[in-house]
Design a protein around this ligand. Sequence first.
Ligand code: SAH
Ligand code: TYD
Ligand code: ZN
Length: 404
Amino acid sequence: MAPACLVCTGPVEEFLDLGRQPLSDAFVAPGEDPSREYFFRLALGRCAACCMTQLIEVPPAERMFHQTYPYRSSSSAVMREHFARTAERLLARRRDPFVVEIGSNDGVLLGAVAARGVRHLGVDPSGDAAADAAARGVRVRVDFFTERIARDVRAEHGPADVVFSANTISHDPNVNSILRGVAALLAPGGEFVFEDPYLGSVLANTAFDQIIDEHVLFFSVRSVVAMVRRAGLELVDVERLPVHGGQIRFTAAHRGTRPVSPAVAELLAEEDDQELHDSARLAEFAARTRDRRRDLVVLLRRLRDGGARVVAYGATAKSATVANYCGLGPDLVSAVIDATPTKQGRLTPGTHIPVEPPEAFGPGKADYALMFAWNHAEEIMAKERAYSESGGRWVFYVPEVHVV
Ligand code: SAH
Ligand code: TYD
Ligand code: ZN
């Protein structure tokens, strides 16, 4: 029997199997027993009823998001700037608002809110990240946001004028509870703004590495319209964002309280034109994904056999899918460079490639660098200009395998 849709319980039809995978942010610490790693089957399907694209098997949330969850939003200057601008926009034309963020991580957005003396609360289960946020003057409740927590927050602090969430509600199989909570927490006239990866961009770029344990749902305008409606909300605006390889900023409000921007119907029409939810389109994406694996493995083997020194750049969660799906271990990629202190000195999940700081990289230290953080390529290549100028090359696999 087909698995039940996480949103509407309709039948989910599988279209891509990426095999046995570890948790994408579960870096292995020195001395930790790697045979104790948690594995699951990473596969993607689409609900025949509401069109939500989603994981077939979802690992327990507490295994992914916990005290020592290593991801830190502030590691990218581009994202710091993006969220500072986003905060400004959320606060524009509001007098003395109360702002709640779901998945506030290290306070990359709420830091800008707190700096203006605005009342706010972050909700995030990752304790160490919340401690980083506290150091920025941000108040965080260390918890998963649910309908129950939302009612609690409202009872304690009053209704929220703005609820914001980036890269979080698409990570939670209990998204209906989150949305009911948001509906209960929002003040009349309030808005819920959320930014998440866009299914249309994933397909357009063959960005198969966006498929990871944490990315439980892949939003489209069509599936989000139906999803928010279940909680008494209405999608009132959509805006495409260039960050993280292509996202949408969705704005929802209590049903009937705001005019709906024409952008919603425009993007819905575009999705129909592109047959975004068609089985044939999804099968084609799956076939292109298999082609990328073949092309990348052929290239990396050729480089190794020719004696080139190959490393990777960016110990992203996304790279766990690439490395495990393509079978990339230390024999093909000797190290992964990453600026995040909580990842350095550890081994990549499943494939056990050592994570090293940017100081281990540079002119003469590698011949090829596999760009795992392709969504931050511009920022990273600007930082590592000396490597390129000395003849170092970069290998990409999105939108296809190529060397620059
Ligand atoms: N908003 C940041 C962080 C994204 S990482 C950004 O866009 O960069 C996802 C974050 O959501 C993690 O810090 C994780 O701990 C948190 N998270 C996951 N499920 C959650 C939930 N149900 N409620 C609140 N936070 C959650
Ligand atoms: P990101 O693509 O934001 O997310 P995910 O882990 O969900 O795929 O991760 C980017 C990683 O790249 C993060 O570990 C930080 C690292 N990074 C650097 O090491 N240097 C940089 O200049 C930038 C921008 C990122
Ligand atoms: Zn559904």
